[in-house]
Every structure is written in C-alpha cells, then in structure tokens.
Design a protein around this ligand. Structure first.
Ligand SMILES: C[S@@+](CC[C@H](N)C(=O)[O-])C[C@H]1O[C@@H](n2cnc3c(N)ncnc32)[C@H](O)[C@@H]1O
Length: 220
C-alpha cells in the first residue's frame, strides 16, 4: 500500500497509548516544558524510543551525542544501554546540563555519561585528533554546523556504526524554495552530503521534524 495513513490527533493519541513515555523521561520533559519556548527543543518520545532501541539492538558501548540540552535523549539512551556503555554528550550551556545531571543522578545512570561542555565543533575536532571511535552518534544541536558535525561523525563512527541526525526537515523549510536562511541552507547541504556519500546507507524517517539514520558502510 503506497498511500500514507493520515496522522490524525486520534491516531497519534492511540499510538501514544500503545507506547507510553516512561516516567523518568516524562519528568525531564515536564520540567523542560515549564520553561517557556524550550519545550520543542526536547526530542520526541518516539525519537527517544527509537534511539533507545537502536542502542540496545547494536549493543552500543560508545555513544556520542551532540546537543545534550536538559538530558532527555541522553537519559533515554543511558537507560537502555548496557552497563559498559559510555555516552559522551556535548553541550555549551551549563544552565541546561545542570538540569540534565540532576535527572541522570536520580536515575542512577551518571556513571555511564561523560559530559563535554564547550563548543561541540571543537570537542569533535579533539575526538577526531585522538582517534576516538563510536558505535552510534546522535546529532541534535545548532543546525548551521550540521555539515561539519556530519563530516566529523562519519570519521568518528566505526564502519557498520550509525549516525542519526534530528531536524533534517528544518521545520519543513528544506522544501520551501523561498527559505534561504543559513540554518535551512546548512540542513539542505547536509542532506545533499548524505545523498552523495558513498559510505552512507541512509533512511529519512518522517517522524518529528525529520530524523535521518545513516549507517557507515563496512567497505570504506
Ligand atoms: C535541540 S537541543 C538538544 C535536545 C536534546 N537532544 C534532547 O533530546 O533533549 C540543542 C542543544 O544544542 C546545544 N548547542 C547549540 N549549539 C551548540 C554548540 N555549538 N556546541 C555545543 N552545544 C550546542 C544547545 O545548547 C542545546 O542544548
């Protein structure tokens, strides 16, 4: 069946009832939502569920996250990861990561998480210089840097590993020819890079604001 089923409010509520958000994640979302304008920065429950499922499926031991914010997606991955997993997560705003740390502590996963505070571009450059290697990377930070983040993550992720990018629709602007702002152009650029990348086996999921999953092929 090629036609899409329309995502009505009723259908979405039904899906939510099948896969309720775990209370630990709900608590992060609730706290973040109380801060005006910030609620939409948190990954969706479905995205977090997918991240958690992928981390468990590939038994990821080394995870890289770009964009910690209040720690929602980090917590989802940490709760799903095995005891040997280390999640390196990058952000530049201590005000957000203090909230994240509180929730990680409360849920007993702080030992699995290494927070790298500072500009993520610089952190990734350092990780490349030290030949660090990861099983999975999740990119969810400033859109203007997405091409740089993608290039660096494809160097940091092992062959067979995964790179996920959130917001690859840039709120739908990628398909709007009149949108020429820097963020939209950068997201278009990364979408083109992925399409042309011989190392990449990718799928663009139409959930949230677009989630692209790239597998770095073994042959390169
Ligand atoms: C969309 S939020 C991340 C949401 C998070 N993954 C979640 O699910 O809750 C983006 C985060 O990227 C951070 N950020 C933006 N530009 C950055 C940069 N150049 N270096 C490091 N972090 C940055 C922001 O401070 C913000 O916390």
């Amino acid at each position: 069946m090629a036609d899409r089923t329309a995502l009505t409010a009723g259908l979405l509520a039904y899906v939510d009832s099948l896969t309720p958000e775990p209370p630990a994640l709900r608590a992060v979302r609730d706290e973040t939502t109380r801060m005006p304008m910030l609620a939409r920065m948190v990954s969706s429950a479905a995205q977090a569920r997918l991240l958690a499922l992928l981390v468990a499926t590939i038994d990821a031991r080394r995870v890289l996250e770009i964009g910690t914010f209040t720690g929602y997606s980090t917590l989802a991955m940490a709760l799903s990861a095995g005891p040997d997993c280390v999640i390196t997560t990058c952000d530049s705003v201590p005000r957000w990561t203090r909230i994240a740390k509180r929730h990680w502590d409360r849920n007993g996963v702080t030992g699995k998480i290494t927070l790298r505070l500072g500009d993520a571009g610089a952190t990734l450059a350092e990780l490349v210089a030290t030949e660090a290697e990861f099983d999975l990377a999740y990119i969810d930070a400033d859109k203007a840097s997405y091409p740089t983040y993608y290039r660096r993550c494809m160097r940091l992720v092992r062959p067979g590993g995964l790179v996920l990018l959130d917001n690859t629709f840039c709120l739908g602007r990628v398909a709007d020819r009149t949108a020429t702002d820097a963020e939209t152009e950068a997201v278009r650029e990364v979408n083109r890079l992925i399409k042309a990348d011989e190392r990449a086996q990718e799928v663009v999921l139409t959930i949230g604001d677009g989630l692209t999953i790239v597998r770095r092929n073994q042959d390169f």
